[in-house]
Design a protein around this ligand. Structure first.
Ligand SMILES: [Zn+2]
Length: 453
C-alpha cells in the first residue's frame, strides 16, 4: 500500500520531472570545451536544495566543481550513495540534429537534447524518487548521499582527488552508478562492473628532422621501429603478449559464468551493425560474451608518422607516434602493468621509445551475491515484472573503482536509460516512460535498501 503511494506520486509528477529534465538540458555543460559547467552545477544544486537536501559545490584544485548533496533518514541508519555527472559530450556534428541540441524539444514521448539520457535524466530521476518519499511520507527510507561530478565525459581527471579529499563523508553501505536501465526489448538490466584502462602514448624519434627518403638506405625509419615494437605487444587472437600481464586477472565465479550464459547478445545484428563478417579470432557464443566482459585488450587508438596527404611525398619522417588504450579487468593494477610494458620494450631492444602514461584506472566489479546487486535484481522484477539481465561487466570503462575500492561501496549501474537513446551521437533522447519507470525502480531500491520493505 505504502509502496503504491510512492509509485502514484511518481506517476502524478511525471510532468514536473520532464520540466526539470528540460531545464537541465537547456543549460549546455560540455566538459571537453569547458562550457557552462559551473552554471549547470548551480542548477543541479538548486534542484537538490528545492527538495530539502543539504547541497553544496565542492571546488577542486582544477576543473569544475562537484555537486554534493545529502539527506538523512529518520527511520534508517543505512546510507545509499548516488554517482552521476552533469557534464555532457559536445553536440557536434550539429547538422545531423533534427532539433537544436539545447532546446530539449519533446517529440513522440521523448526529450531530445545533448545530455538528456547521458546523464541528466538519471539525475532528475533520482531526485524524483527522493521527492516521492519526502512528499508522501516526510522521510526517506535510507540516508542519501548524492555525488554529481562535471568531468565524466573527459575521463574524470580530478575525480580521484575529490574522492580522496572527501572520503570521510562518503561512507555508506552501497551505491548506484550513473547509467543503466532498459536493455533491448525493454528488459531491465543490472550492470555490476566496468573495465579499467591504461592509456599510453608512444613516441619514437630517430632523426633531428624530416629528411629525403633516399636516406632510408642508411637511416632507421621511426615508423618501422614503432611498428615492430607495437607488433610485440599482442598476438593475432588479441591476447596481450607482455609477460605477467595476466598474472592478477581474476576469473569469473560460477555465478558470474551463469549470468554470462544467460546474457543475450545479438551476434548477427552486432556483426551487421559493425560491418564485419566475423569477430576477432572467430569468437562466438559464451566465449564472445566472456571476452567482452572479461578480456584485457591492447587497442591501437591512433598511429601517426610522415605524410598521409594527397599524392606522394618521398619523406623519411623524423618521428612516429601511437596511442594505445589497454582495457583492464579485475584485479589488474595499471601502475604495475605500466612497468611491465616498459620492461617488455626495454628487453626487446626498444628502450629508446618514449612512453607517456595519459591515464590509468583499475577495473571494478561488484559481486553478484552482494546485497545491492540482489536488491537491484529483485526490485527490477517487482517494477518491470521481468527477470533482469545481469551484465557482469560493461565492456567500457569508468572510475567505478573509486567507489568499490577506495570507498568500499558495492556498486551497481541501474537507472532510466533505454536503448536507441543515441548517447554521444546526434539526436540524443530520453524516453519519458523510461524516465518514470526508472524512477520507480530507484525508489524501490531505496525502500528495500533502507531495510523497511
Ligand atoms: Zn557519456
Amino acid at each position: 500500500m505504502a509502496r503504491n503511494h510512492i509509485r502514484k506520486h511518481i506517476d502524478d509528477h511525471a510532468e514536473q520531472a520532464v520540466l526539470r529534465l528540460q531545464k537541465l538540458c537547456r543549460q549546455p555543460s560540455v566538459s571537453a570545451q569547458g562550457v557552462g559547467l559551473r552554471e549547470c552545477a548551480e542548477l543541479v544544486r538548486g534542484l537538490m536544495v528545492e527538495l530539502g537536501l543539504h547541497a553544496e559545490l565542492v571546488s577542486l584544485k582544477e576543473g569544475p566543481p562537484v555537486v554534493y548533496g545529502e539527506l538523512r533518514s529518520q527511520s534508517s541508519k543505512r546510507t545509499l550513495v548516488f554517482y552521476n555527472h552533469y557534464d555532457v559530450q559536445p553536440p557536434d556534428p550539429l547538422e545531423l540534429w533534427e532539433s537544436d541540441p539545447w532546446a530539449a524539444e519533446i517529440r513522440e514521448g521523448r526529450v531530445y537534447a545533448r545530455g538528456a539520457a547521458d546523464n541528466k535524466a538519471n539525475i532528475v530521476s533520482r531526485l524524483a524518487a527522493i521527492e516521492a518519499f519526502l512528499k508522501t511520507r516526510g522521510d526517506l527510507p535510507c540516508n542519501i548521499k548524492f555525488v554529481v561530478e562535471g568531468e565524466e565525459e573527459t575521463g574524470s581527471p580530478h575525480f580521484a582527488e575529490y574522492i580522496h579529499q572527501e572520503r570521510s563523508r562518503l561512507k555508506g553501505e552501497g551505491a548506484i552508478w550513473e547509467f543503466g536501465g532498459l536493455d533491448y526489448g525493454d528488459i531491465p538490466a543490472v550492470t555490476l562492473g566496468l573495465k579499467g584502462m591504461l592509456y599510453v602514448e608512444f613516441c619514437v624519434k630517430t632523426l633531428a628532422k624530416d629528411s629525403h627518403s633516399a636516406r632510408a638506405a642508411i637511416v632507421e625509419n621511426p615508423a618501422w621501429r614503432l611498428l615492430r615494437a607495437l607488433g610485440t605487444l599482442r598476438d593475432e587472437r588479441g591476447r596481450v603478449a607482455i609477460e605477467g600481464w595476466y598474472d592478477d586477472v581474476r576469473g569469473f565465479t560460477p555465478e558470474e559464468l551463469k549470468a554470462l550464459e544467460k546474457e543475450p547478445l545479438q551476434e548477427e545484428q552486432l556483426k551487421s551493425d559493425l560491418g564485419i563478417s566475423q569477430f576477432l579470432a572467430g569468437m562466438s557464443g559464451l566465449e564472445l560474451k566472456k571476452a567482452l566482459a572479461g578480456n584485457p585488450t591492447a587497442n591501437i587508438a591512433g598511429f601517426y608518422s610522415g605524410y598521409i596527404g594527397e599524392g606522394h611525398k618521398t619523406v623519411l619522417p623524423a618521428y612516429a607516434k601511437a596511442k594505445m588504450d589497454f582495457r583492464l579487468v579485475p584485479d589488474q593494477d595499471p601502475e604495475a602493468l605500466a612497468s611491465l610494458l616498459r620492461n617488455h620494450l626495454k628487453q626487446r631492444g626498444f628502450g629508446d621509445i618514449q612512453l607517456a602514461i595519459q591515464s590509468e584506472n583499475p577495473a571494478a566489479r561488484t559481486p553478484l551475491n552482494s546485497e545491492i546487486a540482489r536488491i537491484a535484481c529483485d526490485t527490477a522484477h517487482e517494477v518491470f515484472g521481468a527477470e533482469p539481465i545481469v551484465h557482469v561487466s560493461s565492456a567500457g570503462s569508468g572510475p567505478m573503482h573509486l567507489f568499490t575500492h577506495t570507498l568500499k561501496l558495492p556498486t551497481v549501474a541501474i537507472g532510466c536509460n533505454h536503448p536507441y537513446s543515441n548517447t554521444h551521437a546526434p539526436n540524443e533522447n530520453q524516453r519519458i516512460d523510461a524516465l518514470i519507470s526508472g524512477t520507480k525502480w530507484i525508489a524501490a531500491v531505496m525502500e528495500r535498501f533502507g531495510g523497511k520493505a
